[in-house]
Design a protein. Structure first.
Length: 426
């Protein structure tokens, strides 16, 4: 597809979890503190008029508005900026222009290009990329409008489809189950055992749902502390768990331990201290962290990773169905943005057309005023003004229409009839 607006090409260069290993993604990532400076340097390239950078653990993408697209110059800049050799990252890059860029940005914002289909975090990350570029002054009219349209499209997909409502990870499924058992999570305390990716994801979901308190227990206290800090939580060493177990309305465990961490006796003690207030427990570890016998206790709701697997599979099917609906919405939104871009492309033509008409007007009016000064009758001057102005306005179009007929450009003649709304006299 050619450029929509000849004065501006929208270009995307990037790599993500589908195209590049983590070792490459890490080296191309931009720390938050370097983004503004990098954006300033990017738009200083003669080829780049507008720019924004999206950089997350799973993707780094450069969005550029350019009058003379030259991907190679931008790739050279990336290599210099990140102190990399081109051949180290070039094979992992993808590139999109114009309509493909628009569609790509819409899909990214909706979570359709994410590792977890429909995940919502990427929209917040895109909004942050927009904010940083806006503060750096590197957004022009086109990219500014595209980002706003991207956010609108993502909101429409979230509102009109179930793309984010079904659990697609055991962590998400665990939190969704907790929400069904407790009317509100705001008054609840969650104890999370472990500090790996699953527990981090669980903590994130709980935090987003307004959990009252998060306590993270791990063999390595420093790791627990670093994770708890992200979610305004409280860290304890694993050895301290028995002292805090009675606080747990919700307990989620996911460690690499070969032996159970929680036994029936310790949970019974916690239940007595809680005066048999129910505990919701999810064991996401394989092998199990919580002894199977714990599930026999009254006032304990114990679920394992197998119990949640069906929920996750159903959730994935639901999201895949929602993704098809999302793609249809995106198709429509892409068309809307392309229409806006075409209108921008027409602006310069409209200005030139008006300037030409005003030039003819000024010339004809000047001749009329001089004729009046020389004593000619006003009626004659007005007739001459009308005739002169009409001749000047239709001269070039008339010549072009005749030439189009000679060249058998019937499409151009049909366009003229539509443009000037000429009615068929036959």
């Amino acid at each position: 597809m050619g450029n929509i607006d000849e004065s501006m090409t929208i270009l995307t260069l990037g790599l993500n979890h589908n195209t590049a290993p983590v070792s490459i993604r890490e080296r191309l990532a931009f720390p938050a503190e370097r983004l503004r400076l990098a954006l300033g340097e990017l738009v200083s390239l003669p080829e780049v008029e507008e720019a924004a950078i999206l950089s997350t653990c799973n993707r780094t993408e450069f969005y550029c508005g350019t009058g003379k697209p030259d991907m190679e110059k931008i790739i050279d800049w990336i290599a210099r900026e990140q102190r990399l050799k081109r051949e180290e990252f070039h094979p992992y890059l993808y590139a999109h222009t114009d309509a493909d860029t628009i569609r790509h940005m819409f899909r990214v914002a909706c979570g359709l290009d994410s590792m977890i289909l429909g995940e919502p975090q990427i929209l917040g990350q895109m909004k942050n990329a927009y904010q940083v570029a806006a503060e750096a002054g590197t957004l022009g009219k086109t990219l500014n409008k595209l980002f706003h349209h991207t956010f609108t499209a993502a909101k429409k997909v979230r509102t009109d489809t179930a793309i984010g409502s079904s659990p697609v990870s055991v962590a998400f499924a665990a939190v969704r189950l907790a929400q069904r058992i407790f009317d509100s999570l705001k008054e609840q305390t969650a104890v999370l055992i472990g500090a790996g990716e699953t527990i981090e994801l669980t903590a994130r979901h709980l935090h987003e749902q307004g959990i009252g308190e998060i306590i993270i227990a791990n063999r390595t206290f420093e790791r627990a502390h670093a994770l708890a800090e992200q979610f305004n939580g409280f860290a304890i060493a694993l050895a301290e768990l028995p002292k805090h177990l009675a606080k747990a309305d919700i307990l989620v465990s996911s460690t690499a331990s070969q032996l159970p961490i929680l036994g029936k006796g310790s949970v019974e003690s916690a239940l007595k201290a809680r005066r048999h207030k129910p505990m919701f427990m999810v064991d996401l570890a394989v092998p199990r962290d919580i002894e199977q016998e714990v599930g026999q206790l009254r006032d304990v709701y114990l679920y394992t990773v197998d119990d949640l697997r069906n929920t996750v599979e159903e959730g994935m099917r639901s999201r895949q169905e929602a993704a098809k609906q999302a793609e249809e919405i995106i198709d429509t939104e892409v068309d809307h943005f392309l229409a806006w871009m075409r209108a921008q492309g027409a602006t310069e033509t409209l200005l030139d057309f008006r300037a030409q008409a005003e030039k003819h007007r000024d010339e004809s009016l000047g001749s009329a005023l001089r004729a009046l000064k020389n004593g000619k009758l006003a009626e004659d001057v007005l007739k001459q003004l009308a005739s002169s102005l009409t001749s000047k306005l239709i001269h070039i179009p008339s010549t072009q229409i005749k030439q189009a007929a000679a060249d058998e450009r019937h499409d151009l003649i049909a366009a003229v009839r539509e443009l000037f709304q000429l009615k068929d006299t036959q």
